[in-house]
Ligand binder design. Structure first.
Ligand SMILES: [Fe+2]
Length: 298
């Protein structure tokens, strides 16, 4: 399948470059018109996932946006069974890594990624370490609780309305980021919604044809409206974004022993050394401290 990027995504280029990986930023798109996103095609796609439990996640709705992410009831149904339940109960179905299950979705992911990289001005000396796409199918009145993800995302509303509440990543305290990244796993970060200033919140009233860019670590919670919602997203990590995670993990070690480590960014030499030591299989506190002494001269 081949796609024309110009028909698929319309972004204000200057605004996008300025906001990239820093601020949530809205755009228009045409994905909802593609045959692959029509209800029959999505049902057939869900059926194909039934023997790939590692590639889907099915959950109920959160009681409130502040509910802990994994406290939400998990659902043992297969994706196509869960889709059939959507009219009766609050259910969220996430089909991950679409590109591994369907070549059309691989082409779509690649076309969109290439387009946003052109807009960004290329990858520079960064390399992509993970690039994945997913579809989210949710029943009416379901809530995804407050969390952040360690990846840059572009989110596209396909069917129905969805209200997306998102903050820029700089509302998250370094301490919270460090606690998350020290675990070294690609997962989701948990935060308290009460700790975030409502004035800093961006609210996107999404409907088919609307989408937005979500920076890495941008905290968000989401609720659907009165009918089923379908959304698509592609997300990626680069060598630089993953290295920032390693720096934060090293900083967590340092904070535990009473130091006040510098956040990633201002001192690239120190960042590089911290990131390198955290990629050792089992980083030790002594190792991290030694590296920081070397790069800081003490
Ligand atoms: Fe998320």
């Amino acid at each position: 399948m081949s796609f024309s990027a110009d028909d698929l995504i319309h972004i204000d280029a200057d605004g996008y470059r300025d906001a990239y990986d820093r601020l949530p930023f809205a755009f228009q798109h045409g994905l909802h018109q593609l045959p692959m996103f029509q209800p029959g095609a999505l049902a057939a796609l869900a059926e194909r996932y039934k023997d790939s439990p590692e590639d889907y996640f099915i959950a109920g709705s959160a009681a409130t946006p502040g509910t802990k992410f994994y406290d939400v009831t998990q659902n043992s149904a297969k994706p196509h069974e869960a889709l059939a339940q959507l009219g009766n109960a609050p259910v969220r179905v996430l089909l991950k890594r679409l590109e591994m299950h369907d070549s059309g979705f691989r082409d779509l992911r690649d076309t969109l990624f290439q387009r946003v990289m052109e807009l960004r001005g290329g990858l520079g000396d960064e390399k992509i370490v993970r690039l994945e796409s997913a579809v989210f199918i949710s029943s009416a009145a379901s809530t995804t609780p407050f969390h952040f993800d360690p990846e840059v995302t572009h989110f596209f509303q396909i069917e129905g309305p969805k209200q997306y509440h998102v903050f820029s990543p700089d509302v998250v305290a370094e301490d919270d980021l460090e606690r998350f990244y020290v675990r070294g796993a690609v997962n989701i970060g948990q935060l308290d919604l009460e700790g975030c200033d409502p004035h800093e919140e961006h609210v996107f009233d999404l409907e088919p044809g609307r989408g937005f860019h979500q920076p890495q670590d941008a905290p968000h919670w989401v609720k659907t409206g009165t009918v089923r919602s379908v959304s698509y997203a592609f997300s990626f990590e680069t060598t630089a974004s993953r290295a920032r995670g390693h720096v934060r993990a090293a900083n967590r070690y340092l904070r535990v022993i009473g130091m006040h480590p510098q956040r990633p960014g201002p001192n690239p030499g120190a960042d590089h050394a911290k990131a390198a030591v955290m990629q050792v299989v089992t980083p030790t506190l002594r190792g991290v401290r030694k590296v920081v002494r070397q790069v800081s001269g003490r």
